[in-house]
Design a protein around this ligand. Structure first.
Ligand SMILES: [Fe+2]
Length: 166
Protein backbone atom coordinates (compact mmCIF):
# COMPACT_ATOMS: atom_id res chain seq x y z
CA UNK A 1 0.00 0.00 0.00
CA UNK A 2 1.43 3.41 -0.90
CA UNK A 3 2.03 5.61 2.12
CA UNK A 4 0.63 9.05 1.40
CA UNK A 5 -1.08 10.22 4.53
CA UNK A 6 -0.73 9.95 8.30
CA UNK A 7 -3.78 7.70 8.22
CA UNK A 8 -1.94 5.33 5.82
CA UNK A 9 0.97 5.28 8.23
CA UNK A 10 -1.34 4.55 11.16
CA UNK A 11 -3.03 1.70 9.28
CA UNK A 12 0.32 0.17 8.37
CA UNK A 13 1.40 0.33 12.02
CA UNK A 14 -1.87 -1.21 13.19
CA UNK A 15 -1.46 -4.04 10.62
CA UNK A 16 2.04 -4.72 11.93
CA UNK A 17 0.90 -4.62 15.56
CA UNK A 18 -1.92 -7.05 14.85
CA UNK A 19 0.39 -9.44 12.99
CA UNK A 20 2.98 -9.14 15.78
CA UNK A 21 0.46 -9.78 18.58
CA UNK A 22 -0.89 -12.83 16.75
CA UNK A 23 2.63 -14.25 16.33
CA UNK A 24 3.31 -13.56 20.02
CA UNK A 25 0.28 -15.59 21.12
CA UNK A 26 1.68 -18.55 19.17
CA UNK A 27 5.30 -18.30 20.30
CA UNK A 28 4.95 -17.38 24.00
CA UNK A 29 3.71 -20.82 25.14
CA UNK A 30 6.87 -22.38 23.69
CA UNK A 31 9.03 -19.81 25.46
CA UNK A 32 7.13 -20.36 28.73
CA UNK A 33 7.75 -24.12 28.53
CA UNK A 34 11.48 -23.47 28.06
CA UNK A 35 11.71 -21.27 31.18
CA UNK A 36 13.28 -22.79 34.28
CA UNK A 37 11.96 -20.26 36.80
CA UNK A 38 8.28 -20.60 37.75
CA UNK A 39 8.08 -16.83 38.17
CA UNK A 40 9.39 -16.27 34.66
CA UNK A 41 7.09 -18.94 33.23
CA UNK A 42 4.04 -17.39 34.93
CA UNK A 43 4.99 -13.95 33.63
CA UNK A 44 5.39 -15.16 30.05
CA UNK A 45 2.10 -17.07 30.20
CA UNK A 46 0.40 -13.87 31.37
CA UNK A 47 1.87 -12.01 28.36
CA UNK A 48 0.40 -14.63 26.07
CA UNK A 49 -3.07 -14.04 27.56
CA UNK A 50 -2.48 -10.30 27.37
CA UNK A 51 -1.59 -10.53 23.67
CA UNK A 52 -5.02 -12.01 22.99
CA UNK A 53 -6.61 -9.04 24.80
CA UNK A 54 -4.48 -6.69 22.73
CA UNK A 55 -5.67 -8.33 19.51
CA UNK A 56 -9.21 -7.77 20.81
CA UNK A 57 -8.47 -4.07 21.27
CA UNK A 58 -7.05 -3.68 17.76
CA UNK A 59 -9.97 -5.27 15.90
CA UNK A 60 -12.52 -2.51 16.79
CA UNK A 61 -10.06 0.17 15.67
CA UNK A 62 -10.05 -1.34 12.17
CA UNK A 63 -13.87 -1.42 12.26
CA UNK A 64 -13.98 2.24 13.38
CA UNK A 65 -11.82 3.11 10.35
CA UNK A 66 -14.05 0.93 8.14
CA UNK A 67 -11.02 -1.16 7.17
CA UNK A 68 -10.10 -4.80 7.26
CA UNK A 69 -6.65 -5.73 8.58
CA UNK A 70 -4.24 -6.61 5.79
CA UNK A 71 -1.78 -9.45 5.99
CA UNK A 72 1.25 -7.56 7.20
CA UNK A 73 4.70 -8.95 7.67
CA UNK A 74 6.07 -7.65 10.94
CA UNK A 75 9.65 -8.29 9.83
CA UNK A 76 11.42 -7.05 12.96
CA UNK A 77 9.06 -9.00 15.18
CA UNK A 78 9.43 -12.12 13.02
CA UNK A 79 13.19 -12.14 13.63
CA UNK A 80 12.70 -11.65 17.35
CA UNK A 81 10.22 -14.49 17.54
CA UNK A 82 12.57 -16.77 15.61
CA UNK A 83 15.12 -16.00 18.34
CA UNK A 84 12.48 -17.02 20.90
CA UNK A 85 11.98 -20.36 19.17
CA UNK A 86 15.74 -20.96 19.01
CA UNK A 87 15.95 -20.34 22.76
CA UNK A 88 13.04 -22.62 23.45
CA UNK A 89 14.93 -25.40 21.66
CA UNK A 90 18.14 -24.89 23.67
CA UNK A 91 18.12 -27.97 25.86
CA UNK A 92 21.83 -27.90 26.59
CA UNK A 93 22.09 -24.40 28.06
CA UNK A 94 22.44 -24.10 31.81
CA UNK A 95 18.96 -23.36 33.22
CA UNK A 96 19.77 -19.93 34.73
CA UNK A 97 21.58 -18.87 31.58
CA UNK A 98 18.63 -19.91 29.43
CA UNK A 99 16.30 -17.92 31.69
CA UNK A 100 18.53 -14.86 31.34
CA UNK A 101 18.46 -15.25 27.55
CA UNK A 102 14.66 -15.74 27.56
CA UNK A 103 14.20 -12.54 29.56
CA UNK A 104 16.44 -10.64 27.15
CA UNK A 105 14.56 -11.75 24.05
CA UNK A 106 11.17 -11.20 25.74
CA UNK A 107 12.25 -7.65 26.55
CA UNK A 108 13.29 -7.10 22.92
CA UNK A 109 9.78 -8.21 21.89
CA UNK A 110 8.22 -5.85 24.46
CA UNK A 111 10.36 -2.90 23.33
CA UNK A 112 9.30 -3.51 19.72
CA UNK A 113 5.59 -3.38 20.58
CA UNK A 114 6.09 -0.44 22.97
CA UNK A 115 7.52 1.54 20.03
CA UNK A 116 4.65 0.41 17.79
CA UNK A 117 1.88 1.23 20.26
CA UNK A 118 3.53 4.54 21.16
CA UNK A 119 3.60 5.69 17.52
CA UNK A 120 0.11 4.38 16.76
CA UNK A 121 -1.37 6.06 19.86
CA UNK A 122 0.22 9.40 18.98
CA UNK A 123 -0.93 9.26 15.35
CA UNK A 124 -4.48 8.19 16.29
CA UNK A 125 -4.65 11.08 18.74
CA UNK A 126 -3.41 13.56 16.12
CA UNK A 127 -6.02 12.26 13.66
CA UNK A 128 -8.78 12.90 16.21
CA UNK A 129 -9.42 9.17 16.83
CA UNK A 130 -9.61 9.56 20.57
CA UNK A 131 -11.29 6.24 21.44
CA UNK A 132 -8.67 4.39 19.41
CA UNK A 133 -5.90 6.40 21.06
CA UNK A 134 -7.29 5.47 24.52
CA UNK A 135 -7.33 1.75 23.63
CA UNK A 136 -3.81 1.91 22.20
CA UNK A 137 -2.68 3.70 25.37
CA UNK A 138 -4.09 0.85 27.49
CA UNK A 139 -2.09 -1.73 25.55
CA UNK A 140 0.98 0.52 25.67
CA UNK A 141 0.68 0.68 29.47
CA UNK A 142 0.38 -3.13 29.66
CA UNK A 143 3.51 -3.54 27.56
CA UNK A 144 5.47 -1.06 29.67
CA UNK A 145 4.37 -2.83 32.87
CA UNK A 146 5.43 -6.16 31.39
CA UNK A 147 8.84 -4.74 30.47
CA UNK A 148 9.29 -3.38 34.00
CA UNK A 149 8.27 -6.74 35.47
CA UNK A 150 10.82 -8.53 33.27
CA UNK A 151 13.50 -6.13 34.51
CA UNK A 152 12.62 -6.97 38.13
CA UNK A 153 12.69 -10.72 37.37
CA UNK A 154 16.03 -10.31 35.59
CA UNK A 155 17.54 -8.47 38.54
CA UNK A 156 16.71 -11.38 40.85
CA UNK A 157 17.39 -14.29 38.50
CA UNK A 158 20.58 -12.96 36.95
CA UNK A 159 22.05 -12.33 40.41
CA UNK A 160 21.11 -15.89 41.42
CA UNK A 161 22.73 -17.21 38.23
CA UNK A 162 25.98 -15.33 38.85
CA UNK A 163 26.10 -16.36 42.53
CA UNK A 164 25.49 -20.00 41.56
CA UNK A 165 28.42 -19.86 39.16
CA UNK A 166 30.92 -18.51 41.75
FE1 LIG B 1 0.68 -7.01 23.46
Amino acid sequence: MPLKTMKDLLVQQLDELLAGERHITQVMPKLARAANSNRLRDAIESYQRQSKEHVGRLDPIFREMDLKPRKAEARGMKGLLEDCLRLAALDNAEAHVRDAAIIAVAQHVKHDVIAGYGCAKTWASLLGMHDAADELQRSLADERNADAELTRIAEDLNLAAVEAAV
